[in-house]
Design a protein around this ligand. Structure first.
Ligand code: SAM
Length: 275
């Protein structure tokens, strides 16, 4: 990598860090290079230097800026990703939420939901439990993400054959999806309409109100530095009552990040409860 190229990459890495908290350094700078070149192709620019000049001249605004943020994010997700957490949600977290007896509906927040597989997996579980009479209240799921492209996928609620094959049990596919053209599957309204989405940056949590019974914050804090992790978790904790649940990705932990929670487990799944 020549000097100019690496200077341009560190210029964009700084912008991305400032806007999203996502850190590109060391080995993953190569990933940034690939992603920025994707933007060049999308904007019909000759290469990184042209993108850099566009940015310096103040031309990287609005949808072009959003394209940069969309491209910088990793949207890897799947239905029922890490199934043991969803099993714990169904068999432990939901019954505990029922016992807590908070007023109003059951409210779950899927922070950084990517293309929607996570909030829709939760919605399917809640719908099934509600059909069985195990969820006695109404329920709603808020889903947020910094990526507009991701939120467009949530709004469409249409998934390819490959996407539904990753983690979605056949029984739920048949029950809650309808096959549409081009081998895509559309989620039925009873699952889709429970999920409300909102564009939101975790570094600037605004416009969310009320209390949630559980917050799923999986596989997103890993991209943040320690200071941002602490601030984000403290802010999210303020939306949980005592006893509310906080769920991280399988490889993540709150150790050294927050002492507002205690770790609990159900079978082999680990998650947190607000003290
Ligand atoms: C790897 S996906 C995780 C999706 C889902 N939670 C899961 O575990 O399957 C990470 C998501 O975090 C979003 N994200 C990254 N930084 C963010 C930020 N600062 N604010 C909000 N969302 C962010 C990305 O757009 C992406 O959709």
């Amino acid at each position: 990598m020549d000097k100019l190229n690496s200077a341009i990459l560190s210029y964009f890495a700084d912008i991305i860090k400032k806007e999203t908290g996502i850190i590109y350094s060391g080995d993953n700078v190569y990933q940034l290079d690939i992603r920025l070149n994707e933007i060049c192709r999308a904007l019909d620019l000759k290469g990184l230097e042209a993108l850099y000049e566009l940015s310096l001249s103040g031309g990287l605004l609005g949808t072009k800026k959003q394209l940069l943020l969309d491209t910088a994010t990793n949207n890897e997700t799947s239905f029922f990703r890490d199934p043991k957490i969803f099993k714990a949600f169904e068999n432990y977290i939901i019954p505990e939420i029922q016992k807590m007896g908070l007023p109003g509906s059951v409210r779950i927040w899927s922070v950084a939901s990517s293309f929607g597989q996570e909030p829709y997996s939760l919605s399917m579980i809640l719908q099934q439990q509600s059909e069985l009479g195990k969820v006695t209240k109404d329920f709603e799921i808020l889903t947020t993400d910094i990526s507009q492209r991701a939120l467009e996928r949530v709004a469409a609620a249409e998934y390819s054959q490959l996407e539904v094959q990753r983690g979605l049990p056949a029984m739920l596919l048949v029950k809650y999806f309808e096959k549409i053209e081009n081998d895509y599957w559309k989620l039925r309204p009873e699952i889709k309409n429970r999920v409300k989405s909102k564009h939101m940056n975790l570094l600037n949590i605004v416009g969310v109100s009320g209390v949630f019974n559980a917050i799923f914050c999986r596989n997103v804090l890993i991209y943040q530095n320690e200071e941002s992790k602490k601030q984000i978790v403290a802010k999210l904790a303020s939306f949980l009552p005592s006893g509310g649940f906080f769920i991280l990705g399988a490889a993540e932990s709150l150790m050294g990040i927050s002492d507002e929670f205690e770790q609990v487990s159900f079978e082999s799944a680990y998650f947190y409860r607000k003290k």
